[in-house]
Design a protein around this ligand. Structure first.
Ligand code: PAF
Length: 285
């Protein structure tokens, strides 16, 4: 496994891969890799001749008062995991390498960025899109692997690639969960044992809603009300619970047929997000 810290080095390494006709898969990360990242990497390794993983804690996507300063870091464990999974190239740039001067450019997917997480995290998705556009220009992968856990991010980046004609296939990969259902996240490390015990309430409420939609006709507002009530029992604050169109992220009204149920809520100062597909089509067909 090669490790590159500069844009020039990773470009040189990948030019060689391309000259041998080896399709490149890319998994962008902010480090503190867990089994969710491992699943993305494994898929890239299985599908592409060469896999690139980037580890870059992107300051652009953190707002004032968010957790940039305390975001978990585990560089040695990250490197070992990537090596063990068969990653060919690890790209670990510094902030100075990625942003040598104040940026005069931002990439925004305006139609999708101000709802759900974007409503309370102003500027977050512009930060995500800008760094991922930059990474895609550097790596020029054939395939990009992203987790469904960050569902809004996945929808936005897919749209960005399409709108900007970036020649990459965007693959959304299923959320990896703890045995009790909690979605894996680097931020789970912040939870105290008591908070960790309560955290399962979020995925449990979402799964119950998905079961209910599969079994019976359910009104979207009722789903939101029921999930909000369940999550409120254990969580300290709810940011949002929403039933949205899977592509436009706009709220669904009336009976739920196919939609995405998304939620964000706080345990202490830790913000957790999760989402599930709602699908009644099997019952209706
Ligand atoms: O999902 C993440 O870890 C980040 O938002 C990403 C895609 C690596 C961009 O910094």
């Amino acid at each position: 496994m090669h490790t590159a810290t500069t844009i020039a080095d990773i470009r040189t390494l990948l030019a060689t891969e391309r000259s041998h006709g080896r399709p490149i898969g890319f998994v962008p990360t902010m480090g503190a890799l867990h089994a969710g990242h491992a699943a993305l990497i494994e898929r890239s390794v299985a599908e592409c001749a060469a896999t690139v993983v980037s580890v870059f804690l992107n300051p652009l996507q953190f707002g004032a008062g968010e957790d940039l300063e305390r975001y978990p870091a585990a560089p040695e464990a990250d490197r070992a995991l990537c090596r063990d999974l068969g990653v060919n190239h690890l790209f670990v740039p510094t902030t100075a390498e990625m942003y040598p001067r104040p940026l005069a450019t931002a990439v925004r997917v305006e139609a999708l960025e101000s709802v759900l997480c974007g409503a309370s995290r102003r500027g977050h998705f512009a930060g995500v899109c800008t760094v991922v556009a930059k990474l895609l220009n550097i790596v020029q992968p054939d395939a990009l692997y992203l987790g469904e856990k960050d569902y809004q991010q996945l929808v936005i980046l897919r749209r960005m690639a399409r709108d900007l004609s970036i020649p990459v296939a965007v693959h959304g990969c299923p959320t990896v969960r703890e045995p009790d259902g909690l979605a894996l996240s680097s931020r789970n490390a912040y939870l105290s044992p008591e908070e960790r015990a309560k955290a399962v309430t979020l995925s449990r409420a979402l799964f119950e809603a998905a079961d209910a939609v599969r079994a019976d006709a359910c009104d979207a507002d009722d789903v939101v009300r029921r999930v909000t009530g369940q999550v409120a029992v254990d969580f300290d604050r709810i940011d949002y619970v929403a039933v949205v169109d899977p592509d436009t992220l706009q709220p669904v009204r009336g009976e739920v047929i196919q939609a995405r149920l998304c939620a964000a809520a706080y345990l202490g100062s830790t913000r957790l997000i999760d989402n599930v597909a709602l699908d009644a089509t099997a019952r209706l067909s």
